[in-house]
Each structure stands twice: as C-alpha cells, then as structure tokens.
Design a protein around this ligand. Structure first.
Ligand SMILES: Cc1ncc(COP(=O)(O)O)c(C=O)c1O
Length: 456
C-alpha cells in the first residue's frame, strides 16, 4: 500500500493508525477486507465523508445506533448543553437518569426497574451474572447466530463456518473451557431443541438469552410459537428469560420486540438506538431480579461502571426518546424499509438472481439463495452465496452507497433517509449485482465470511 507523499490522505492516516493501534481500528468488527484505508472525517444525516473526499449514503449506520440519522441536531444540542452544564460526578444520581429510567419503565413491558451501562455487552454480562446469582445455577443457553457482546459466556457461535455449526465455535481464544462448557448453543426457532435441553438440563439452566430477532446474521424472523416456548420452558424450570433487545429495542418499536410479540421476558438488555449513537446501554426487568444488584446496599450481584449514567449521554438518550415519541420516525423508517424490501425483491426477480430479501421495519438484508421461503434458522443461511453477498456490497462503494461488505450483515434505514436515497440504492444495487456476476463473484473472502479470531 502506498504511503509516499502522493498517497491519498486516507491511506496516510490509516497507516499511522496501524503503527499505534493494532490493525488500525478500535473494534475487530471494523477490520473490513478492502476498507483498510477508510478514514471517516464527517457524518450528517444519512451520509458520511472520508479523508479521500468521498461521500457515501450510509446504510450501515454504525451497526444500528443512529435511528434518527447521524448527529441529529436536537440530540447533539441536548448532549452539548448537558456537557456545558454538568460534568460526570460518579456519586449520587442526576434527575436526567431518573427521567430516563422512568421512561424505560413506562415503555418496555418487562422493565420494572432499570440500570444504565455504557455498552450493550455490559448489559448482557450483568444479565447473565444476575441470573446465576438469582438461581444459583451454572448454565446459560444461547442460539446459533445470536451475538450478545464480547464477554466469555456468549462469545461463541455467531457467524460460524458450516463445519462448526452444532459444536462450540468460540469467536475468541483465551476463554476458559469451563466457561464455554457452561453455555449450551441451540438452533434458533427450534422449539423442540429447547424442550429437549430443558428436559435434560433444566434444573441447572440459569438463563436463556436470545435476540428475539437475530439481526447479527441479517434477520431471522422468529416463529411466535418459538418465543412462547422460551417463555413457557424458562418459567417452568425457574430459569431467567433474557431478551437481548440491543438492536430491536427502540428501532422496531419504543417498547421493543416484546411489545410486538407479546412475550414478556424477565430481563431485557438495551443499547444502540436508545441514544442515537451516544454510548449507553441498559439492563432492566423484574424488580425482584433487579434488586439483586449491589446498587442496593447489601445486595449480592456486584454492579458498577465509572461512566454509567453520564449526563451528556443521558441527555442524548432523553432527546432521542423525545423525538421517537413525538415525530413519525417509525412510520417513516417502516415505509422506506417496506419499499426497499419489495423493490429489491422485484429487482432480483427481474435479474434472475436467486435471492431472499428480508428484515423488519428499518432493517433489511438481501440473502443470495433460493427462495421464496424466508430463512428462519442459521442452517438456512448456509445456502447464502457469500461471494455474491460480500461482492455486490464491495461494488456498491463505486456508487457512493455503503452497506457493510461482510457476510450476513444487516443494513439500516434512518429517519434521515429519503425516497431519493432508496431510488439510488435500488439503481446502485442493480449495477453492483450485475458487475459482481460478470466477474463470477467476489474473491478474497477471508475474514469477510465468518466471525471471530479463534482457531480451534
Ligand atoms: C444484540 C446485541 N447484543 C449486544 C451487543 C453488544 O453491544 P456493545 O457492542 O454496545 O457492547 C450487540 C452489539 O452489536 C448486539 O448486536
């Protein structure tokens, strides 16, 4: 890669980054083959700019937070005003934290009490810890294809290679085997597998954690009967049911997927769209479980975090919620999402490309596989042509359109996207798919088709 004086400034900055930041990026999920020189210099609404002077319409949306669009002016103003007025004290509580908690309790069916974290991973970590504290049990159940953050109990079986499905597939080395052994991995939407696991291990299952719509592999829409089974089996066994709504919360509905499906979990984890991009997560749920956290004197489940409830972040969340409640945000993103899904489906049919376009509301994904059935399990997704999936997204870049060029990743629409953006997405997708087909698919899929660093 060129780094001389004539090199584009993106390449020069990225090379400096690689000297001092391992891999040059601050998350393993930002290390994208083909995008190693991507340096972001500005964002606004539905767009972002790079150090090389390029502008993209953004359908990646930072993995999901900016539901209102990047640096929404009201959210940015609220965070800046709070920052000018009140610093972070790390003692006591602020009224903003109380207002935010009151709204989460009001909006989300399962939430009787709530605690703030800075990330979704912290929220899911605490959900599992408190489940073990409450039940005195060892095991947690997760589902193939779901991602719940980077901590050990759940760092396995997300985007697995076909030969890894059905056994433990850690996404990292350095996890104690005892910890991996304490996580049972089941197929999503498979009620029978859940019943079998409970028949065998129910007495030792502390928690079942699930993305009610597994969006970390695009979108696997849940069978209602599956979510109901999770509720029934956990209730019968005295296990804790955790809905990880870090993606679905606020994005699909102010009350989360639980208010859409009518199944109420014991605990809910939140993040991402709650503050339109400011770093906040939350864990909420049944008061008797939440009261086990050590924020209550003498309670057994230790809970802390220097930045929890930071005033600027809380102000961003309050401004985001205000806008989600007062403006037709969901109507807008659902309308555009439905349009994208319908028109992409028609496009692939016209091109004669086997594809299934799915998602929900503002989330969409094109899988390149025979339809028309919507995929419901990770096994179904093994039919997706990863070289076409990654390849057309790489070609979209030539059209100023950004969908993350990694296998199975979902795309997002925000309140800032317009019909004109959708028109351009459709035109660009047609050109990109034709171009990648003409080349016979993408090459160099290493690190673009599965997730994780573990070699096992
Ligand atoms: C469903 C889900 N849970 C938890 C997390 C972890 O959140 P964070 O990256 O904020 O730690 C993510 C992140 O992508 C997620 O998608």
């Amino acid at each position: 890669m060129s780094s001389g004086p004539d090199a584009p400034s993106g390449a020069r900055i990225a090379e400096r980054a690689r000297t001092v930041v391992p891999g040059g990026v601050n998350s393993g999920q930002r290390s994208i083959p083909g995008l190693t020189d991507l340096v972001v210099t500005g964002t606004g609404g539905a767009r972002f700019r790079t150090a090389d002077g390029r502008e993209f319409t953004d359908f990646h949306a930072a993995f999901g937070p900016p539901l209102l669009g990047h640096n929404d002016p009201e959210v940015a103003r609220a965070a800046a005003e709070a920052g000018a007025r009140i610093g972070h004290m790390g003692v006591g509580v602020t009224e903003g934290e109380v207002q935010l908690a009151e709204q989460l309790v009001e909006l989300i069916p399962s939430v009787e009490k709530v605690l703030l974290t800075s990330t979704g991973s912290e929220a899911t970590f605490h959900a599992l810890r408190v489940s073990r504290a409450a039940t005195g049990r060892r095991l947690v159940v997760k589902f193939q294809g779901c991602y719940h953050g980077w901590h050990d109990s759940v760092s396995l079986n997300v985007i697995s290679a076909p030969e890894k499905v059905g056994s433990h597939d850690p996404i990292s080395t350095g996890i104690l085997p005892e910890v991996l052994d304490a996580t049972l991995v089941l197929p999503f939407n498979d009620s029978e597998a859940v019943r079998r696991a409970f028949a065998e291990h129910g007495h030792d299952i502390a928690a079942v954690i699930v993305e009610p719509v597994p969006h970390n592999v695009g979108a696997l829409l849940p069978h209602q009967e599956f979510l109901t089974t999770l509720r029934e089996e956990t209730t019968r066994a005295g296990s804790v049911l955790v809905f990880d709504e870090v993606i679905t919360g606020f994005r699909h509905d102010l009350g989360g997927w639980q208010s859409i499906c009518g199944v109420t979990p014991d605990l809910t984890t939140l993040g991402k769209a709650i503050a339109n991009g400011a770093p906040v997560g939350a864990i909420g749920g049944r008061a008797d479980l939440m009261d086990l956290f050590s924020t209550r004197p003498g309670a057994p489940a230790f809970f802390a975090g220097t930045y929890n409830g930071h005033p600027s972040v809380v102000a961003a969340a309050l401004a985001t919620l205000r806008k989600l409640r007062e403006e037709p945000v969901h109507a807008h993103v659902y309308r555009l999402g439905n349009r994208v899904r319908a028109e992409l489906t028609a496009l692939y049919a016209r091109l004669g490309v086997p594809a299934v376009v799915t998602g929900h509301g503002s989330v969409f994904v094109s899988y390149f596989m025979p339809g028309p059935e919507t995929p419901r399990t990770y096994d179904d997704l093994l039919a997706n042509d990863a070289s076409l999936f990654v390849g057309y997204r790489r070609k979209l870049l030539d059209h100023g359109l950004f969908e993350l060029p990694l296998n199975l990743k979902r795309s997002h629409i925000s309140y800032a996207h317009t019909d004109a953006d959708v028109d351009r997405l459709l035109e660009g997708t047609e050109a990109a798919v034709k171009a990648v087909l003409a080349e016979g698919g993408a090459r160099d899929l290493e690190n673009a088709s599965t997730m994780g660093g573990a070699v096992n």
